[in-house]
Write a protein that binds this ligand. Structure first.
Ligand SMILES: [Zn+2]
Length: 330
């Protein structure tokens, strides 16, 4: 049961509740907080948390206990299941912290490696504000493992996240890095090779929701592109309503994001491939969007272009706006 005590010490009951948007005010006794009960329909705050003792009690439904008891009741899990649930929460919090540390390290590396900046310029991305806002970094390869282990992360944790491969070398090598966030937390890292290696790489975990959705979701008209360089160049040109699914396929969760709230217009701006692959992908996606009640438009760029290459070839924001205007609803 030593594990159990350690677990309870590492997750504070108050912090756990606050992460789930429980709002509370301190009572006259400083260590105590009161708010609406998460376990029953509560109209007057009757749920008390003692932050020092890590205990709760509700005067409405009469439930009380420690964090594990709260999880048992709120998630309807057995004691053992609740324990496993909390252990998973801790592990995922550790992984998030490790990904944050990794992204910060790569961001720092970007400006120390002229080849990375040169690559961004080559792709038409030069606005320092956009590079900063997207937290773009660079993985030179060969130094992440040392950096993270010196911060106290274990080899096994790095391996488990996929940041290093079983041979012990960095998984991202000579890649420009875009951190993918969900609800503000990094859930994955996308690495674009600047050399001969396979262009795209993600960590072996969910790529999360639509890219930069916290920022883009407030728009009622959305541009959807395939690649993060398409997105970066469009943001740079003022099209801040651009998001990206990293590829031409949307997960059901990403589709849900687009349809909540209902009534959005989505402009699909995929690659115009010579072999028509991009065009076929746009059409099948537009059909999925339409059947989800989203007004979908397919944007035609000149043959062989994607948004990134179109701007690189000299197109202006006005040229791109013209393409948007030509797009027909599906
Ligand atoms: Zn209650």
């Amino acid at each position: 049961m030593q594990d159990l005590e350690q677990l309870k010490q590492r997750i504070s009951l108050l912090h756990y509740l606050q992460q789930r948007h429980w709002t509370a005010r301190p009572t006259a006794r400083g260590e105590e907080f009161v708010g609406l009960c998460p376990l029953h329909r509560d109209s007057r705050p009757s749920f008390y948390v003692n932050a020092r003792k890590n205990l709760f009690y509700c005067h409405g439904c009469g439930q009380g206990g420690d964090l594990i008891r709260l999880v048992e009741l709120s998630e309807q899990l057995s004691f053992r299941q609740s324990l496993a649930f909390l252990q998973r929460q801790l592990a995922s919090a550790d992984q998030t912290a490790m990904l944050e540390a990794t992204a910060a390290f790569f961001q720092f590396q970007l400006h120390r490696h002229p080849e990375a900046i040169h690559y961004l310029h080559q792709r038409g991305l030069h606005d320092p504000a956009v590079i900063e806002e997207l937290s773009i970094g660079y993985a030179p390869g060969g130094n992440l493992r040392h950096h993270l282990t010196s911060q106290g992360y274990l080899f096994d944790e790095l391996l488990h996240t996929g940041l290093i491969n079983p041979r012990g070398s960095d998984a991202f090598c000579r890649r420009v890095i875009f951190p993918c966030r969900e609800h503000g937390r990094i859930v994955n890292l996308y690495g674009r090779s600047i050399g001969a290696a396979f262009p795209h790489r993600l960590l072996p975990r969910s790529k999360g929701g639509l890219f930069a959705w916290e920022i883009v979701s407030r728009f009622s008209t959305i541009l959807l592109v395939e690649g993060l360089f398409d997105l970066a160049v469009l943001w740079q040109s003022g099209f801040r309503n651009t998001t990206c699914a990293i590829g031409a396929h949307l997960t059901p969760a990403q589709l849900d994001q687009l349809s909540d709230p209902p009534g959005r217009s989505v402009y699909v701006v995929f690659d115009q491939d010579e072999n028509q692959a991009g065009q076929r992908a746009s059409h099948s996606l537009a059909q999925r969007l339409a059947s989800a009640g989203i007004s979908a438009h397919i944007v035609q760029l000149p043959a062989g272009q994607d948004p990134n290459s179109y701007f690189l070839a000299g197109a202006t924001a006005a040229d791109f706006t013209h393409c948007l205007r030509q797009a027909r609803p599906q």
